[in-house]
Design a protein around this ligand. Sequence first.
Ligand code: NAD
Ligand code: UDP
Length: 312
Amino acid sequence: MMKRKRILVTGGAGFIGSHLCERLLEEENDVVCMDNLFTGQKDNIRHLMDNPYFEFIRQDVLEDIYVECDQIYNLACPASPIHYQYDPIKTGKTSVIGALHTLGLAKRCHARILQASTSEVYGDPEVHPQPETYRGYVNPNGVRSCYDEGKRMAETFFFDYYRQHNVDIKITRIFNTYGPRMRPDDGRVVSNFIVQALHDENITIYGDGMQTRSFCYVSDLVEGMIRMMNSRDGFTGPVNLGNTEEFTMFELAELVIKLTGSKSKIVYQPLPMDDPSKRKPMIDLAKKELDWAPIVKLEDGLRKTIAYFRTA
Ligand code: NAD
Ligand code: UDP
């Protein structure tokens, strides 16, 4: 009989984490989901609760973690700007102390550990598209810094545990990801536009709408994360995971209006501080090392996400 891997997913009740837990269970692993339910929800994992190989622990990653496991995916951290700026001190602590606690656990259990890092480590990039070698252009004391610098410090601790203690680390830098189970009040652009469009409310573009993002559908991202976790020994990353098709927020708004058949009008609101003007990953490294590239087109992913929000 195949031995199931025991896998800890912190932040497993969140948007990406719940899809990851689902996939890991489908692949016959034993999954422990640890989450404090700050932005995550039990509804995201309710369908997994009856599975005897799934376990939910309501716990903050700021507390010491005692479980036995073979692999750890560290996703615990609010990801939407309104949520991570709600209590920025807590956000910074979650990234940094959460990294220390999960790394300590990986060291004790000899587990392999993957960090959900972010394209935000590149800040408001001067290099476009962004390769992993780009060191970023980040404001150390702005409203986004709790998240950006927290994630950068987490990467630092990952590499220090790797160099100092031989911990088996993997780092993924995730670019804007969307899909079902984003919260309607999440504040991120895809969920905002869809919810507004479905209610025929004004679509709120911040700034002039010419800023760009590249949107990755959640199933593509989860595939990339799992491939990274199971990649060859010694390949630590960081590796970018994201879609390379770049859109302006204006184009996104028009597409959402078209796909929902909405009567919504576009309105313009002030651009938040330090909002990156462009973002698009270089994914040559993921292609080479993981044989991975996204396959879901924005229009198809949006259709699925819209269908979810119609019933959510
Ligand atoms: P999310 O907010 O839905 O998920 C984060 C989860 O972490 C939630 O379930 C939340 O309750 C939990 N959490 C937060 N603080 C915690 C704490 N102190 N202790 C325990 N659990 C805690 O966001 P998401 O989009 O699913 O993001 C998941 C991870 O991926 C995050 O680490 C995020 O930084 C990273 N990421 C996401 C994106 C994206 O576009 N969605 C992009 C880059 C990086
Ligand atoms: N944005 C927008 N309207 C909204 C929400 C966001 O125009 O209702 C813009 C935001 O200013 C940013 C882009 O959409 O330029 C992506 O924002 P999001 O919060 O989704 O992610 P991030 O800025 O972290 O990439």
